[in-house]
Design a protein around this ligand. Structure first.
Ligand code: SAH
Ligand code: SF4
Length: 361
């Protein structure tokens, strides 16, 4: 079975070339062909010798996930649905803004963590995405969007905020991050790639030493009693430990900050008292806040906070000197907003959760 070269970072690709008796610098050439040029056909890789191209065509392939559908929203949002086997799909969403272009990608098919306000969590878990399937989302988007004027990339930022909990698919996510940051890959700077986690503490520590990209933590509640309900993994990794892990992360990357995500749920976590409690909680963590108006889905049982409640909540945080952004809902017309991504996940088993969390520990 030929190996899929989209699964490899630079080091692994160098090992692959050493294994077939080729010089390691071939790895850089190959990365550039695949990720700069979006080329998947060895025959078109003109600076490789004919014999090498032939050798590659029998031992290797460049196989991104199959593109099932591409959509464009009225506000310029773009969405790609990619096939990941067994009737499952994952989506990548591109959100253009004036000063940057952000691609939101997925790390798993479904999610095992069962946060109650998240439609992915309600769908259950199927499996981890491979490196090729994770980086394949960027590969397709980059191919579709190309480059802006000059050599500037249209995709300036990547956020792992699609389907799944990235830190429960640690090895594949870390390898995909290597390719995103590699100059021969996508050449993104460490601060322009964000991993969003519900707070898998041991994996946050691993990420800090392996690849300290920007960190977003899905907080959603200022105390354990409420967070245990909204983000059930909190029972395993409670807030006091989570705050300590955030501080450790930032110590490894001074001048950085953690972005706390906070979904605004009407009458659940959006009072002034909650905001004050939050200030106390994050006192010692260099952080910013991103308030996310809840995106409803059928039978969620939650409502989006009222705009005046969101404003009042934001003001409490801002008056204490915190930087707060309120996420504008984008891509509404193509179901591309947070927590609304890709359709049907065949839930394998919720028992997988225990295994995944054990692996992370
Ligand atoms: N599993 C990771 C990353 C994927 S979720 C995490 O939980 O951080 C990305 C963000 O979208 C998280 O902050 C998540 O809490 C938020 N989210 C999930 N469902 C949502 C919904 N229905 N409305 C608004 N935000 C939602
Ligand atoms: Fe999983 Fe994140 Fe959704 Fe929670 S919010 S269920 S961790 S994808």
């Amino acid at each position: 079975m030929p190996v899929n070269l989209l699964d490899f970072n630079l080091v692994q690709l160098s090992d692959f070339f050493a294994g077939i008796g080729e010089k390691p610098f071939r790895a850089k050439q190959l990365l550039r062909w695949m990720h700069h040029s979006g080329e998947g056909d060895f025959a078109c890789m003109s600076d490789l010798s004919k014999t090498l191209r032939e050798k590659l065509s029998t031992t290797a392939m460049v196989e991104p996930p199959r593109l099932l559908r591409e959509q464009q929203g009225e506000d310029g949002t773009r969405k790609w649905l990619l096939e990941v086997g067994e009737g499952n799909g994952v989506e990548a969403v591109f959100i253009p803004e004036e000063t940057r272009g952000t691609l939101c990608i997925s790390s798993q098919v479904g999610c095992a963590l069962e946060c109650t306000f998240c439609s992915t969590g309600r769908q259950g878990f199927n499996r981890n995405l491979s490196v090729a399937e994770i980086i394949g989302q960027l590969w397709w988007a980059n191919k579709a969007l190309g480059r802006a004027s000059g050599d500037e990339r249209v995709i300036s930022n990547v956020v792992m905020m699609g389907m799944g909990e990235p830190l429960l698919n640690f090895d594949n996510v870390a390898t995909a991050l290597d390719i995103m940051l590699d100059d021969h890959g996508y050449g993104l700077s460490r601060r322009r790639v964000t991993v969003s986690t519900s707070g898998i503490i041991p994996a946050m520590d691993r990420l800090r030493s392996r690849c300290p990209v920007a960190l977003a933590v899905s907080l959603h509640a200022p105390n354990d009693a409420l967070r245990d309900v909204l983000v059930p993994i909190n029972k395993k990794y409670p807030l006091v430990d989570l705050m300590a892990a955030c501080r450790r992360y930032i110590e490894a990357a001074p001048r950085d900050f953690v972005t706390f995500e906070y979904v605004m749920l009407d009458g659940v976590n959006d009072s002034i008292a909650h905001a004050r409690q939050l200030l106390d909680l994050v006192r010692d963590v260099p952080c910013k806040f991103n308030l996310i108006p809840f995106n409803p889905f059928p039978h969620s049982g939650y409502l989006r906070s009222r705009p005046d409640a969101i404003r009042a909540f934001r003001d409490v945080l801002m008056q204490a000197g915190l930087v707060v952004t309120t996420r504008r809902t984008r891509g509404d017309d193509i179901d591309a907003a947070c927590g609304q991504l890709a359709g049907e996940v065949q839930d394998k088993t919720r028992r997988t959760l225990r295994r995944l969390v054990e692996v992370a520990s």
